[in-house]
Ligand binder design. Structure first.
Ligand SMILES: [Fe+2]
Length: 277
């Protein structure tokens, strides 16, 4: 069976996507170096036909291999309160995930079979994250697959990892959304100037969102079209990239294309995004 995912991420790109990858799009290159801009949403970057074929192959191969990841609202979060207005909410989430770390897992084998693992491990996949973030990134990087079904969401959280020296000063996530036609909508809400005031639709086919974490955000519950609940899923291909360590060997570093010339800074989509969900 031919693998729907190409072995190089670059082979999924439109001409616009290739310009970005090559560092030639001055509006996108290094856009996340601006601290006021922790998130960017890019459309028209993946070829729509290829993205649709990849989505369908992924859904067929992996939908029965997923594991539920669930952190509900704590049971005592209301009746355990002793002071008015002192409510506290830790990160809540419900989503299914493919376990990609274990090579013997069903998810890993399914991802291999459709060519997904090779694509997410390809140099051009990381190079795209590097050019948008404007940073030299570390090799290897983390990969994960998430799947949102009706009612799945992630509550407010910021993805800060202060206990991890390599991540505590920030890191980069890149999400590719592959949404089935049964989905009506799902949004990412994010903080701007201290309020959850911004929102962008993430229920796209082939939309790419790139994040400089941490920042506050949440993902709204996925809503299905009426009668389409059984086929309403949004797949997220998620790459997590640490900054390259100073003085790291060249073989361990993904350099952003076009570095060395001043980055432009006009507008590209906008927004902030959900790290793991
Ligand atoms: Fe997140």
């Amino acid at each position: 069976m031919p693998q729907p995912f190409p072995s190089e991420f670059a082979d999924l790109l439109t001409p616009k996507g290739r310009r970005i990858l090559e560092g030639k799009d001055r509006d996108v290159r290094g856009v996340l170096l601006d601290p006021a801009r922790p998130f960017v949403s890019l459309q028209g970057v993946l070829d729509a036909g290829k993205a649709t074929r990849c989505r369908d192959a992924l859904d067929t191969a992996m939908r029965d291999t997923l594991v539920l990841m669930e952190d509900p609202i704590p049971e005592d979060s209301i009746l355990g309160m002793v002071e008015n207005y002192e409510e506290r909410l830790p990160k809540t989430v419900r989503v299914r995930t493919a376990l990609m770390e274990n090579r013997r897992s069903r998810s890993w084998r399914a991802a291999e079979a459709v060519g997904l693992t090779a694509m997410m491990r390809s140099d051009t996949y990381a190079a795209f994250a590097a050019v948008v973030s404007g940073r030299a990134l570390s090799r290897p990087w983390g990969i994960q697959v998430l799947c949102y079904s009706p009612g799945d969401y992630s509550g407010p959280h910021n993805d800060h990892h202060p206990e991890e020296p390599e991540a505590r000063d920030g890191y980069v996530d890149m999400h590719i959304s592959l949404t089935l036609p049964g989905v009506d909508h799902q949004y990412l809400v994010y903080a701007q100037d201290g309020h959850f005031s911004e929102m962008t639709r993430v229920s796209t086919v082939g939309g790419i969102t790139v994040y400089r974490l941490p920042f506050w955000h949440y993902t709204t519950p996925l809503l299905a079209r009426r009668g389409k609940e059984a086929d309403a899923r949004r797949w997220v291909l998620l790459g997590t990239f640490l900054d390259a360590a100073p003085g790291a060997r060249a073989s361990k570093v993904i350099q952003p294309a076009g570095a060395g010339t001043p980055a432009g800074g006009a507008s590209v989509g906008s927004g902030a995004g959900a790290g793991r969900g």
